[in-house]
Design a binder for this molecule. Structure first.
Ligand code: GDP
Length: 448
């Protein structure tokens, strides 16, 4: 779920405009005021919001619009373009290539989520067939090595660090050397985030950088700081050659939108965002699909990426068709959960937003997803593919509970959650499935 509140408010404002019988200047003005209020609440800088509002008013000139023009579409397009402009972060200075060794150095203040993000970044690439490795050059914070080691072990990613060596430059150089010999293609160096003086922190970063010659320096920052992100990003940019930025904690803070726009204003390219504490709560940041999702218009390329990653090839088309028909079987629920928590996954579809999810439906935790998966593994094909709600009788529920080593109440709980989602999906049917080859184009313009 990305910036659910902001996205919800903006798509509600657009919906209200769409519901108006006649779209005139007053309706546009009301819609823009609503959107501006939502952006200001997300801590987007006042000047940016004011500029966006006046740009849209200039582009949508009612006097010039010939009768027959689709005003609604022109307005939506203008809002889409302005939001993209506001958030456009530019391109990173370097893009690593699979199979070719790259050294990536992570910098950022303590508590920003840097160590967590190093593992998320490694894990993301490992899933795509890369050979990543982690080096802990944070000798300042007690426990930093343990944290990295624990995360790396969990994700089965090789790591390097020391409990005794206190020179971060030495550790960084040794770690990079070792993993180069082992032919790792993504060597990630985690640096310290705290020092008594800022000058000492920047000096250490410069020395580690000198010793490891990184191909890319990634600056990690906490999205919760809102528009203050501008000054922080500028300060780091001026001291080290920051080539890309990752903004974390976009799940828990209302100010995430402000942080993203502030970073974009420093012309620093945001490449990923962190959306939770877990390893896979990490998303590629691509401005057009992101804005498309904010406006409730879906993110087909993100959705298709997820499908290709985890859903068996022979079930991919069926999943799309069934979702579009509003027929949501347990097999579809199983496939959605493979892609992540259902709120997060379904918000990539046009017409869905986190706010449109059924009341009482919470984002499933990793533990819950695992539990549901085990129970679904104990179901027969007929049960997974059935559209008959009465099929799941008591004896079937007992058998599934026994087979998966769970309680009957656990199975009932899962079925209840499934029914809630099936209900909402049945009301949202009818969205157009993009044709092969149209996929990326659709998420890049607003026809979705
Ligand atoms: P570091 O000091 O910069 O290395 O920060 P850590 O990696 O230790 O993270 C600090 C805290 O932020 C930890 O509790 C992490 O679990 C949490 N954290 C990191 N990224 C995210 C995120 O994207 N969302 C949320 N909710 N928490 C995060």
């Amino acid at each position: 779920m990305v910036l659910a509140q902001l996205g919800g408010s903006i798509s509600r404002a657009l919906q209200q405009m769409s519901n108006a019988t006649i779209i005139d200047e007053k309706v546009l003005s009301d819609c823009l005021n609503e959107i501006s209020r939502a952006l200001l609440q997300a801590d987007v800088q006042f000047k940016m919001v004011r500029d966006m509002q006046s740009n849209i008013k200039r582009i949508v000139n009612f006097d010039d619009l010939a009768a027959g023009h689709n005003k609604r579409r022109i307005i939506q397009q203008a809002i889409f373009n302005e939001l993209c402009k506001m958030l456009d972060p530019g391109k990173p200075s370097f893009t690593p290539k699979k199979g070719k060794t790259s050294v990536i150095m992570f910098v950022g203040l303590q508590g920003s989520g840097k160590t967590t993000t190093c593992t998320k970044y490694a894990y993301y690439h490992q899933k795509k067939g890369w050979k990543p490795a982690l080096v802990c050059a944070d000798t300042f914070r007690a426990g930093a090595f343990d944290q990295l080691k624990q995360n790396a072990t969990k994700a089965k990613i090789p790591f390097y660090g020391s409990y005794t060596e206190s020179d971060p430059v030495k550790i960084a150089a040794e770690g990079v050397e070792r993993f180069k010999k082992e032919n790792c293609d993504l060597i990630i160096v985690d640096t310290s985030g705290r020092h008594k003086q800022e000058a000492a922190l920047f000096e250490e970063m410069r020395q580690v950088s000198e010793a490891t010659k990184p191909d890319l320096v990634i600056f990690v920052m906490d999205g919760g700081i809102g528009q203050a992100a501008f000054d922080q990003a500028q300060a780091f940019k001026q001291s080290v050659a920051v080539g890309a930025v990752i903004v974390t904690k976009m799940d828990g803070h209302a100010k995430g939108g402000g942080a993203l726009s502030a970073v974009a204003a420093t012309k620093s390219p945001v490449i990923f965002i962190g959306t939770g504490e877990h390893m896979d709560e990490f998303e590629v940041f691509d401005v057009k699909p992101f804005v498309s999702r904010l406006l409730g218009m879906g993110d087909w390329s993100g959705f298709m990426d997820k499908i290709h990653e985890v859903v068996p090839t022979d079930q991919q088309l069926e999943l799309l068709q069934k979702l579009s028909e509003g027929t949501f079987t347990l097999r579809q629920y199983q496939n959605i959960l493979k892609m992540g928590p259902s709120v997060q996954v379904l918000s990539m579809l046009p017409g869905f937003s986190a706010e449109s999810m059924p009341k009482g439906h919470e984002k499933e935790s990793q533990a819950k997803i695992k539990r549901y998966m085990v129970m679904m593994d104990s179901m027969t094909n007929a049960e997974l593919d059935s559209t008959n709600p009465k099929l799941m009788n008591e004896s079937r529920i007992r058998r599934i509970a026994r087979g998966s080593g769970r309680q009957v109440s656990d199975v009932m709980d899962m079925l209840e959650e499934y029914k809630r989602l099936a209900n909402i999906l049945s009301k949202r049917k009818g969205f157009k499935i993009p044709k092969k080859g149209e996929m990326s184009a659709l998420s890049r313009n607003m026809n979705a």
